[in-house]
Design a protein around this ligand. Structure first.
Ligand SMILES: NC(=O)c1ccc[n+]([C@@H]2O[C@H](COP(=O)([O-])OP(=O)(O)OC[C@H]3O[C@@H](n4cnc5c(N)ncnc54)[C@H](OP(=O)(O)O)[C@@H]3O)[C@@H](O)[C@H]2O)c1
Length: 262
């Protein structure tokens, strides 16, 4: 018997749940019988995700919350909305994020700050806000969607890479600090995943290089040694593992088709 094992009905908050990885994670947690608050800026996207979750899991409890996670006031209001409905957040999945490709020499201060705000500072603020209640209950799960570029450098993505290295540092430090408290903190480090964010990258590569969209997508698929894009379900599987397992903490779990061996 593992006392810290996950029981159904946990209160989960998934940021970036309006599409891609966050939407898949929200669906997975709802299917496992958890209450899932979904956050993003677009209400329409959140409503569409909630409808699709309810279509496959009719008993699902889903709470869409419109929030910009780079805005302090929105983060506070997002937590209040969840607490008012279900009580404190027990599982936080920070998936909101974005990336752009640009040579270092052309990257503006604003783009640099934007990447760090969304990919690094927002997860910090969300984690800090969730912690007091998790510590009081001596149980909590935090999973940040980082990236394979949290582990290695890549050309043309300096701001994104720096933000993802930073957030893995946050995860590792938080896990060390919280190890004895019942709160685990982990990161998932995916390679290229088949999501709208990757569609955007495909369009950018095609525009820059003159390659067709199919050729650009194939270039990204071949970045994974398995020769294809990662699926959102494969990332959701890894998140589920971190949420279920009380002994795994401080890890950056690669879901990258073998790109980084660590
Ligand atoms: N796709 C990949 O290949 C890949 C690989 C490695 C890591 N990742 C990471 O995985 C995470 C999810 O990526 P994805 O591919 O699923 O991207 P996606 O399909 O573009 O989804 C991103 C989600 O984040 C939300 N979001 C963006 N800015 C936000 C903000 N300021 N406040 C609140 N929500 C915000 C978006 O909704 P709104 O625009 O409506 O706010 C959307 O729901 C990101 O952290 C990304 O860096 C992705």
């Amino acid at each position: 018997m593992t006392p810290e094992r996950m029981t159904p009905g946990r209160v989960c908050l998934v940021t970036g749940a309006g599409s891609g990885i966050g939407a898949a994670v929200a669906g997975r947690l709802a299917a496992r019988g958890h209450r899932v608050a979904t956050a993003a800026r677009s209400r329409d996207a959140l409503d569409a995700v909630a409808a699709s979750i309810r279509a496959t899991t009719p008993q699902a409890e889903v709470l869409p919350v419109t929030a910009d996670v780079t805005d302090d006031g929105d983060v506070e209001a997002m937590y209040r909305a969840v607490e008012d409905r279900w009580g404190p957040v027990e599982v936080l999945v920070a998936a909101a994020g974005t990336g752009f490709g640009k040579a270092l020499v052309d990257t503006t201060d604003e783009e640099w700050r934007g990447a760090l705000e969304l990919n690094l500072t927002a997860p910090f603020r969300c984690l800090r806000r969730a912690l007091p209640a998790m510590l009081e209950r001596r149980w909590g799960r935090v999973v940040v969607i980082a990236s394979v570029v949290a582990k290695r450098g890549e050309a043309q993505v300096a701001a994104y890479t720096a933000s993802k290295h930073g957030v893995l540092g946050l995860v590792r430090s938080a896990a060390a600090e919280l190890a004895a408290t019942g709160v685990t903190v982990n990161a998932i480090c995916p390679g290229y995943v088949d999501t709208p964010m990757t569609d955007h990258t495909v369009r950018a590569i095609s525009a820059r290089s003159g390659r067709t969209l199919a050729e650009a997508r194939d270039t990204l698929a071949r970045r994974q040694p398995i020769g294809r894009l990662i699926t959102t379900d494969e990332v959701a599987d890894a998140v589920g593992f971190c949420v279920e397992n009380g002994a795994v903490t401080g890890q950056g779990i690669n879901v990258d088709g073998g790109a980084v061996q660590s």
